[in-house]
Design a protein around this ligand. Sequence first.
Ligand code: UGA
Length: 346
Amino acid sequence: MNSTLEFNDSSITVALVGCGGFIGSHLLRAIFERTSWRVFGVDLDSYRIQEHLANPRFEFLSADLADPEVVKRIAQYPVVVNLAAICTPGRYMAESAEVIRSNYDHPRALADACAQSGSWLIHFSTSEIYGKTAANSGALVEDESEIVFGPVAASRWSYATAKLLTERYLAGLDGLHWTVVRPFNFVGPFMDFMPGVDGDGIPRVLANFSTALVRGESLKLVNGGVAKRCFTSVHDAVDFMFCVFASGEKALSQAFNVGNAANEVSIAELAQLMRSVYAAIKGVHENEVSGVEVISGEEYYGKGYDDSLRRMPSVEKAERLVGFKAKIPLKTALEESLTWFAHHYG
Ligand code: UGA
Protein backbone atom coordinates (compact mmCIF):
# COMPACT_ATOMS: atom_id res chain seq x y z
CA MET A 1 0.00 0.00 0.00
CA ASN A 2 1.14 3.59 -0.73
CA SER A 3 2.27 5.23 2.47
CA THR A 4 0.80 8.67 1.74
CA LEU A 5 -1.91 9.83 -0.62
CA GLU A 6 -1.02 12.94 -2.61
CA PHE A 7 -4.04 15.21 -2.83
CA ASN A 8 -3.11 16.35 -6.36
CA ASP A 9 -2.66 12.82 -7.75
CA SER A 10 -5.47 12.40 -10.27
CA SER A 11 -4.69 8.69 -10.72
CA ILE A 12 -6.16 7.90 -7.29
CA THR A 13 -9.72 6.64 -6.97
CA VAL A 14 -11.26 6.32 -3.54
CA ALA A 15 -14.26 4.07 -2.97
CA LEU A 16 -16.79 5.68 -0.67
CA VAL A 17 -19.41 3.29 0.64
CA GLY A 18 -22.34 5.25 2.07
CA CYS A 19 -21.41 8.32 0.01
CA GLY A 20 -25.04 9.49 0.05
CA GLY A 21 -25.39 9.58 3.82
CA PHE A 22 -24.87 12.41 6.29
CA ILE A 23 -21.10 12.03 6.74
CA GLY A 24 -20.54 10.59 3.27
CA SER A 25 -22.10 13.56 1.51
CA HIS A 26 -19.84 16.01 3.35
CA LEU A 27 -16.76 13.90 2.73
CA LEU A 28 -17.60 13.53 -0.95
CA ARG A 29 -17.88 17.28 -1.42
CA ALA A 30 -14.58 17.86 0.43
CA ILE A 31 -12.76 15.28 -1.71
CA PHE A 32 -13.89 17.08 -4.86
CA GLU A 33 -12.92 20.47 -3.42
CA ARG A 34 -9.58 19.57 -1.86
CA THR A 35 -8.12 16.88 -4.12
CA SER A 36 -7.84 15.75 -7.74
CA TRP A 37 -9.02 12.23 -6.89
CA ARG A 38 -11.86 10.34 -8.49
CA VAL A 39 -14.55 8.71 -6.35
CA PHE A 40 -16.41 5.46 -6.82
CA GLY A 41 -19.46 6.00 -4.60
CA VAL A 42 -21.94 3.38 -3.44
CA ASP A 43 -25.22 4.04 -1.67
CA LEU A 44 -28.92 3.31 -1.91
CA ASP A 45 -29.73 7.00 -1.47
CA SER A 46 -28.49 9.87 -3.59
CA TYR A 47 -30.71 12.79 -2.68
CA ARG A 48 -28.00 14.48 -0.58
CA ILE A 49 -25.47 14.27 -3.43
CA GLN A 50 -27.51 15.27 -6.48
CA GLU A 51 -25.11 18.11 -7.25
CA HIS A 52 -22.23 15.64 -7.83
CA LEU A 53 -23.94 13.03 -9.99
CA ALA A 54 -22.82 14.67 -13.24
CA ASN A 55 -19.25 15.25 -12.05
CA PRO A 56 -16.89 13.37 -14.43
CA ARG A 57 -14.69 12.47 -11.43
CA PHE A 58 -17.60 10.64 -9.81
CA GLU A 59 -19.03 7.22 -10.52
CA PHE A 60 -22.14 6.46 -8.50
CA LEU A 61 -23.58 2.98 -8.01
CA SER A 62 -26.97 2.57 -6.38
CA ALA A 63 -26.37 -0.63 -4.41
CA ASP A 64 -25.39 -1.96 -1.01
CA LEU A 65 -22.92 -4.37 0.54
CA ALA A 66 -25.44 -7.22 0.61
CA ASP A 67 -24.41 -7.91 -3.01
CA PRO A 68 -21.10 -9.87 -3.21
CA GLU A 69 -20.42 -8.53 -6.74
CA VAL A 70 -20.61 -4.97 -5.43
CA VAL A 71 -18.23 -5.84 -2.60
CA LYS A 72 -15.73 -7.26 -5.10
CA ARG A 73 -15.96 -4.14 -7.24
CA ILE A 74 -15.40 -1.79 -4.30
CA ALA A 75 -12.31 -3.71 -3.18
CA GLN A 76 -10.58 -3.04 -6.51
CA TYR A 77 -9.82 0.49 -5.36
CA PRO A 78 -6.72 1.24 -3.29
CA VAL A 79 -8.58 3.18 -0.57
CA VAL A 80 -12.01 2.13 0.67
CA VAL A 81 -13.97 4.21 3.18
CA ASN A 82 -16.95 2.39 4.66
CA LEU A 83 -19.61 4.62 6.15
CA ALA A 84 -22.60 2.40 5.44
CA ALA A 85 -24.56 1.43 8.53
CA ILE A 86 -27.89 1.46 10.27
CA CYS A 87 -26.94 3.90 13.02
CA THR A 88 -30.05 5.41 14.61
CA PRO A 89 -30.84 4.13 18.13
CA GLY A 90 -34.55 4.24 17.32
CA ARG A 91 -33.95 1.09 15.20
CA TYR A 92 -31.64 -0.92 17.49
CA MET A 93 -34.48 -2.51 19.46
CA ALA A 94 -37.16 -3.57 16.94
CA GLU A 95 -34.74 -4.32 14.09
CA SER A 96 -31.79 -5.78 15.95
CA ALA A 97 -31.16 -8.65 13.48
CA GLU A 98 -31.03 -6.25 10.53
CA VAL A 99 -28.84 -3.89 12.55
CA ILE A 100 -26.36 -6.73 13.10
CA ARG A 101 -26.38 -7.72 9.42
CA SER A 102 -25.68 -4.14 8.41
CA ASN A 103 -23.00 -3.55 11.03
CA TYR A 104 -21.23 -6.90 11.07
CA ASP A 105 -22.03 -9.19 8.13
CA HIS A 106 -21.66 -6.53 5.45
CA PRO A 107 -18.45 -4.88 6.72
CA ARG A 108 -16.97 -8.31 7.34
CA ALA A 109 -17.49 -9.27 3.69
CA LEU A 110 -15.90 -5.99 2.63
CA ALA A 111 -12.95 -6.55 4.96
CA ASP A 112 -12.37 -10.04 3.51
CA ALA A 113 -12.36 -8.59 -0.01
CA CYS A 114 -9.98 -5.75 0.95
CA ALA A 115 -7.61 -8.18 2.66
CA GLN A 116 -7.44 -10.12 -0.61
CA SER A 117 -7.00 -7.09 -2.86
CA GLY A 118 -4.62 -5.19 -0.57
CA SER A 119 -6.87 -2.11 -0.29
CA TRP A 120 -6.67 0.19 2.72
CA LEU A 121 -10.02 -0.08 4.52
CA ILE A 122 -11.01 2.95 6.61
CA HIS A 123 -13.98 1.69 8.55
CA PHE A 124 -16.44 3.89 10.43
CA SER A 125 -17.26 2.26 13.74
CA THR A 126 -18.89 4.16 16.61
CA SER A 127 -18.30 5.76 19.99
CA GLU A 128 -21.08 3.43 21.12
CA ILE A 129 -18.60 0.52 21.24
CA TYR A 130 -17.55 1.96 24.65
CA GLY A 131 -20.90 0.61 25.83
CA LYS A 132 -22.91 1.49 28.87
CA THR A 133 -20.69 4.18 30.30
CA ALA A 134 -21.64 5.57 33.70
CA ALA A 135 -22.32 9.21 34.57
CA ASN A 136 -18.97 9.45 36.36
CA SER A 137 -16.88 7.71 33.69
CA GLY A 138 -13.84 9.63 32.50
CA ALA A 139 -12.48 10.18 29.00
CA LEU A 140 -12.74 7.07 26.83
CA VAL A 141 -9.32 5.94 25.65
CA GLU A 142 -9.03 3.92 22.45
CA ASP A 143 -6.62 1.24 23.58
CA GLU A 144 -7.31 1.26 27.32
CA SER A 145 -10.95 1.70 28.29
CA GLU A 146 -12.79 -1.36 29.48
CA ILE A 147 -16.15 -2.04 27.93
CA VAL A 148 -19.46 -3.03 29.54
CA PHE A 149 -22.67 -3.67 27.61
CA GLY A 150 -26.14 -4.25 29.02
CA PRO A 151 -27.81 -7.71 29.01
CA VAL A 152 -29.09 -9.29 25.79
CA ALA A 153 -32.62 -8.23 26.72
CA ALA A 154 -31.44 -4.63 26.49
CA SER A 155 -31.42 -4.81 22.69
CA ARG A 156 -30.12 -1.23 22.46
CA TRP A 157 -26.68 -2.86 22.51
CA SER A 158 -27.26 -4.90 19.33
CA TYR A 159 -25.58 -2.16 17.32
CA ALA A 160 -22.57 -1.66 19.58
CA THR A 161 -22.04 -5.43 19.84
CA ALA A 162 -21.99 -5.76 16.05
CA LYS A 163 -19.71 -2.75 15.60
CA LEU A 164 -17.28 -4.00 18.23
CA LEU A 165 -17.19 -7.47 16.71
CA THR A 166 -16.40 -5.88 13.34
CA GLU A 167 -13.53 -3.93 14.90
CA ARG A 168 -12.15 -7.14 16.41
CA TYR A 169 -12.52 -8.90 13.08
CA LEU A 170 -10.62 -6.20 11.20
CA ALA A 171 -7.87 -6.21 13.80
CA GLY A 172 -7.55 -9.99 13.56
CA LEU A 173 -7.75 -10.40 9.80
CA ASP A 174 -4.44 -11.44 8.24
CA GLY A 175 -3.12 -9.08 5.62
CA LEU A 176 -5.74 -6.35 6.02
CA HIS A 177 -4.62 -2.70 6.02
CA TRP A 178 -7.17 -1.05 8.29
CA THR A 179 -8.02 2.07 10.21
CA VAL A 180 -11.07 2.43 12.46
CA VAL A 181 -12.90 5.69 13.13
CA ARG A 182 -15.12 6.08 16.20
CA PRO A 183 -17.38 9.13 15.73
CA PHE A 184 -18.60 11.01 18.78
CA ASN A 185 -22.00 12.48 17.92
CA PHE A 186 -21.30 14.29 14.67
CA VAL A 187 -23.74 17.10 13.89
CA GLY A 188 -24.31 19.26 10.84
CA PRO A 189 -26.56 19.87 7.86
CA PHE A 190 -28.15 16.74 6.36
CA MET A 191 -28.00 14.77 9.59
CA ASP A 192 -30.69 12.07 9.67
CA PHE A 193 -34.19 13.09 8.60
CA MET A 194 -37.44 14.77 9.56
CA PRO A 195 -39.91 12.07 10.64
CA GLY A 196 -42.83 11.77 8.25
CA VAL A 197 -41.08 13.84 5.57
CA ASP A 198 -37.95 12.02 4.41
CA GLY A 199 -37.79 9.18 6.92
CA ASP A 200 -39.79 7.30 9.52
CA GLY A 201 -39.12 6.49 13.14
CA ILE A 202 -36.96 8.34 15.62
CA PRO A 203 -33.81 10.04 14.33
CA ARG A 204 -30.88 11.05 16.55
CA VAL A 205 -31.21 13.87 19.00
CA LEU A 206 -30.13 16.77 16.75
CA ALA A 207 -32.73 15.96 14.09
CA ASN A 208 -35.35 15.21 16.75
CA PHE A 209 -34.93 18.50 18.56
CA SER A 210 -34.70 20.41 15.26
CA THR A 211 -37.94 18.79 14.09
CA ALA A 212 -39.68 19.66 17.36
CA LEU A 213 -38.54 23.29 17.11
CA VAL A 214 -39.64 23.67 13.48
CA ARG A 215 -43.03 22.04 14.22
CA GLY A 216 -43.60 23.90 17.50
CA GLU A 217 -43.76 20.64 19.47
CA SER A 218 -42.03 19.97 22.79
CA LEU A 219 -38.44 18.65 22.86
CA LYS A 220 -38.50 15.23 24.53
CA LEU A 221 -35.89 14.73 27.24
CA VAL A 222 -35.40 10.99 27.51
CA ASN A 223 -35.08 10.00 31.19
CA GLY A 224 -34.75 13.68 32.08
CA GLY A 225 -31.96 14.49 29.59
CA VAL A 226 -29.20 13.76 32.12
CA ALA A 227 -27.05 11.76 29.67
CA LYS A 228 -24.06 13.68 28.34
CA ARG A 229 -22.54 13.76 24.88
CA CYS A 230 -19.70 15.61 23.15
CA PHE A 231 -21.19 16.91 19.92
CA THR A 232 -18.72 17.30 17.06
CA SER A 233 -19.15 19.29 13.87
CA VAL A 234 -19.16 17.15 10.74
CA HIS A 235 -16.64 19.61 9.25
CA ASP A 236 -14.15 18.68 11.96
CA ALA A 237 -14.85 15.03 11.13
CA VAL A 238 -14.05 15.68 7.47
CA ASP A 239 -10.80 17.41 8.47
CA PHE A 240 -9.91 14.33 10.48
CA MET A 241 -10.28 12.20 7.36
CA PHE A 242 -7.83 14.40 5.48
CA CYS A 243 -5.35 14.06 8.34
CA VAL A 244 -5.72 10.28 8.01
CA PHE A 245 -5.38 10.33 4.22
CA ALA A 246 -2.16 12.32 4.61
CA SER A 247 -0.76 10.26 7.45
CA GLY A 248 -0.29 6.99 5.62
CA GLU A 249 1.23 4.31 7.78
CA LYS A 250 0.79 6.12 11.07
CA ALA A 251 -2.96 5.49 10.86
CA LEU A 252 -2.64 1.80 9.97
CA SER A 253 -3.91 -0.79 12.46
CA GLN A 254 -5.27 1.98 14.68
CA ALA A 255 -8.70 2.92 16.02
CA PHE A 256 -9.29 6.65 16.57
CA ASN A 257 -11.83 8.57 18.61
CA VAL A 258 -13.06 11.51 16.57
CA GLY A 259 -14.75 13.95 18.87
CA ASN A 260 -14.69 17.33 20.51
CA ALA A 261 -14.28 16.95 24.25
CA ALA A 262 -14.77 20.70 24.77
CA ASN A 263 -18.32 20.43 23.46
CA GLU A 264 -19.68 18.26 26.26
CA VAL A 265 -23.26 18.98 27.37
CA SER A 266 -26.11 17.09 28.98
CA ILE A 267 -29.06 16.51 26.66
CA ALA A 268 -31.14 18.90 28.80
CA GLU A 269 -28.46 21.57 28.24
CA LEU A 270 -28.42 20.79 24.52
CA ALA A 271 -32.19 21.35 24.41
CA GLN A 272 -31.83 24.78 26.07
CA LEU A 273 -29.02 25.76 23.76
CA MET A 274 -30.96 24.68 20.67
CA ARG A 275 -34.03 26.60 21.88
CA SER A 276 -32.01 29.76 22.25
CA VAL A 277 -30.18 29.33 18.92
CA TYR A 278 -33.50 28.70 17.17
CA ALA A 279 -35.12 31.74 18.80
CA ALA A 280 -32.22 33.88 17.56
CA ILE A 281 -32.55 32.46 14.02
CA LYS A 282 -36.27 33.25 14.04
CA GLY A 283 -35.75 36.64 15.70
CA VAL A 284 -38.18 35.82 18.53
CA HIS A 285 -37.94 35.59 22.31
CA GLU A 286 -36.97 32.20 23.75
CA ASN A 287 -40.37 31.92 25.46
CA GLU A 288 -41.98 31.79 22.05
CA VAL A 289 -40.24 28.59 20.90
CA SER A 290 -41.07 25.00 21.92
CA GLY A 291 -40.46 23.93 25.51
CA VAL A 292 -39.21 20.61 26.88
CA GLU A 293 -40.98 17.54 28.23
CA VAL A 294 -39.55 14.58 30.15
CA ILE A 295 -40.29 11.06 28.86
CA SER A 296 -39.01 7.61 29.83
CA GLY A 297 -36.66 5.76 27.47
CA GLU A 298 -39.00 2.79 27.22
CA GLU A 299 -42.01 4.96 26.48
CA TYR A 300 -40.12 6.81 23.77
CA TYR A 301 -38.05 4.09 22.09
CA GLY A 302 -39.80 0.90 23.22
CA LYS A 303 -38.70 -2.10 25.24
CA GLY A 304 -34.98 -2.80 25.42
CA TYR A 305 -33.79 0.84 25.38
CA ASP A 306 -30.78 1.54 27.54
CA ASP A 307 -28.24 4.38 27.43
CA SER A 308 -24.67 5.55 27.94
CA LEU A 309 -24.73 8.30 30.53
CA ARG A 310 -21.50 9.98 29.51
CA ARG A 311 -19.56 9.68 26.27
CA MET A 312 -16.43 11.78 26.37
CA PRO A 313 -13.52 11.01 24.04
CA SER A 314 -9.86 11.08 24.83
CA VAL A 315 -8.57 13.06 21.84
CA GLU A 316 -4.89 12.57 22.53
CA LYS A 317 -4.26 9.73 20.08
CA ALA A 318 -5.71 11.48 17.02
CA GLU A 319 -3.62 14.54 17.81
CA ARG A 320 -0.44 12.58 18.46
CA LEU A 321 -0.59 10.18 15.50
CA VAL A 322 -2.29 12.16 12.73
CA GLY A 323 -2.21 15.77 14.00
CA PHE A 324 -5.98 16.23 14.30
CA LYS A 325 -7.80 18.37 16.83
CA ALA A 326 -11.48 19.36 16.53
CA LYS A 327 -11.99 23.12 16.56
CA ILE A 328 -15.63 24.03 15.99
CA PRO A 329 -17.53 25.09 19.13
CA LEU A 330 -20.93 23.54 19.82
CA LYS A 331 -22.84 26.81 19.43
CA THR A 332 -21.36 27.41 15.97
CA ALA A 333 -22.17 23.85 14.90
CA LEU A 334 -25.75 24.17 16.17
CA GLU A 335 -26.25 27.54 14.47
CA GLU A 336 -25.18 26.03 11.16
CA SER A 337 -27.27 22.88 11.61
CA LEU A 338 -30.45 24.62 12.75
CA THR A 339 -30.23 27.30 10.08
CA TRP A 340 -29.91 24.57 7.48
CA PHE A 341 -32.72 22.50 9.01
CA ALA A 342 -35.15 25.41 9.28
CA HIS A 343 -34.44 26.41 5.68
CA HIS A 344 -34.51 22.87 4.28
CA TYR A 345 -37.69 21.70 6.01
CA GLY A 346 -39.32 24.94 7.13
C1 UGA B 1 -26.05 7.25 18.52
C2 UGA B 1 -25.49 6.01 17.87
O1 UGA B 1 -25.92 4.87 18.44
C3 UGA B 1 -24.00 6.02 17.84
O2 UGA B 1 -23.50 4.95 17.16
C4 UGA B 1 -23.53 7.18 17.12
O3 UGA B 1 -22.12 7.16 17.08
C5 UGA B 1 -24.04 8.36 17.85
O4 UGA B 1 -25.46 8.36 17.88
C6 UGA B 1 -23.56 9.55 17.13
O5 UGA B 1 -24.35 10.33 16.60
O6 UGA B 1 -22.35 9.68 17.08
P1 UGA B 1 -26.56 8.33 20.88
O7 UGA B 1 -25.50 9.28 21.29
O8 UGA B 1 -27.25 7.66 22.01
O9 UGA B 1 -25.89 7.24 19.91
O10 UGA B 1 -27.60 9.06 19.92
P2 UGA B 1 -28.91 9.95 20.08
O11 UGA B 1 -30.08 9.16 19.60
O12 UGA B 1 -28.62 11.20 19.37
O13 UGA B 1 -29.12 10.20 21.64
C7 UGA B 1 -28.29 11.00 22.43
C8 UGA B 1 -28.94 11.17 23.78
O14 UGA B 1 -30.10 12.00 23.65
C9 UGA B 1 -29.44 9.88 24.42
O15 UGA B 1 -29.25 9.99 25.82
C10 UGA B 1 -30.94 9.86 24.13
O16 UGA B 1 -31.69 9.15 25.07
C11 UGA B 1 -31.25 11.35 24.19
N1 UGA B 1 -32.40 11.79 23.36
C12 UGA B 1 -32.47 11.45 22.05
C13 UGA B 1 -33.38 12.61 23.93
O17 UGA B 1 -33.33 12.93 25.12
N2 UGA B 1 -34.40 13.05 23.16
C14 UGA B 1 -34.51 12.73 21.85
O18 UGA B 1 -35.48 13.17 21.20
C15 UGA B 1 -33.52 11.92 21.28
